[in-house]
Design a binder for this molecule. Structure first.
Ligand SMILES: [Zn+2]
Length: 298
């Protein structure tokens, strides 16, 4: 029988206080709510610990399998390709290309792509470095900080996007409720988050790419729990499906090396020889969920 715990902190989805240990010792910093199955870190970090995670190194570091990104700026061509796919999805549910806020905008590549398609796009990010880049290099309207303190007018956005953000915030339901207040009636939120219930997550166990440092990913959702979170926040889910990312062949070979070393070694060698480092492929291991939801009638 897995170990059970009682904690003072209620589960943000169901308010219960009983948690179950995960089976792997390498995931000892996580537990699962005994009632709704939401996986979370046992101890939520303090705000200053969170700020320490998202410095410049978050967007360029050599240990990106554990935290952050290898070189976010160099991957711009891939991020833009992915952004176009995501906008194609979002635009199926929006009437017009109005005002869009990208929460966790990073260096601003998604919002910039949206702007080029006619959206009035803005960004917000906790990272000083990221917002500085977005405003100076892209001329993007971007604010530094957290959504709660940003001062956006209620009911002022047609769409809010938050890619790989909701697993980083300390209270995901409160964050989504806030997003709902910023949207116009009928407004749409589109988000993505690693799917802890995916086959890839279950097959690779503690080596799954979705597992990050305890200060970085605070929650791990699956289709059921992200739907519950959106429902509690007053959204109606319109679609939820696995989405991929355009990645450089170089990155693809490195990631593959984590899972299948002999294949990756061969592929890495081939990529180097052929100098295809800037080519990209669309990779979808089906372990990231994309969800589009509309402000519900309350
Ligand atoms: Zn729960």
């Amino acid at each position: 029988m897995p170990e059970r715990f009682r904690d003072q902190r209620p589960c943000p989805l169901c308010s219960q206080t009983t948690y179950i240990a995960l089976s792997s010792p390498r995931l000892a910093h996580l537990w699962r709510c005994a009632y709704c199955d939401l996986v979370s870190v046992r101890r939520l970090p303090e705000p200053e610990e969170l700020h320490a995670v998202y410095g410049e190194a978050y967007f360029r570091n050599s240990r990106s399998e554990e935290s952050g990104y290898e070189d976010y700026e160099q991957d711009r061509y891939c991020i833009v390709k992915t952004a176009k796919r995501r906008l194609d999805t979002l635009e199926r549910y929006t009437q017009e290309r109005g005002r869009l806020l990208d929460v966790g905008c990073a260096l601003g590549f998604f919002a910039d792509t949206a702007r080029h398609r006619g959206w009035q796009a803005e960004g917000i990010d906790i990272s000083h470095h990221a917002v500085e880049y977005a405003t100076e290099h892209l001329g993007l309207p971007a604010r530094q900080g957290i959504l709660r303190d940003a001062g956006y007018a209620p009911g002022s956005f047609d769409a809010v996007t938050m890619f790989d953000v909701i697993e980083h915030v300390t209270d995901p339901v409160a964050e989504l409720q806030l997003v709902r207040t910023l949207l116009k009636p009928g407004g749409v939120v589109m988000l993505s988050t690693p799917d802890v219930g995916s086959l890839a997550a279950r097959l690779t166990g503690p080596r799954w790419m979705g597992y990050k440092l305890a200060e970085e990913h605070l929650y791990y959702f699956d289709r059921k729990t992200i739907t519950l979170a959106l429902d509690h926040a007053g959204f109606e889910v319109l679609e939820a499906r696995p989405i991929g990312k355009d990645v450089s062949l170089d990155f693809f070979a490195k990631r593959l090396r984590l899972y299948a070393p002999p294949i990756a070694a061969g592929l890495g060698w081939g990529i180097e020889k052929a100098r295809l480092g800037r080519a990209s492929i669309y990779a979808n291991p089906r372990d990231i969920l994309s969800v589009v939801a509309r402000v519900g009638r309350c």
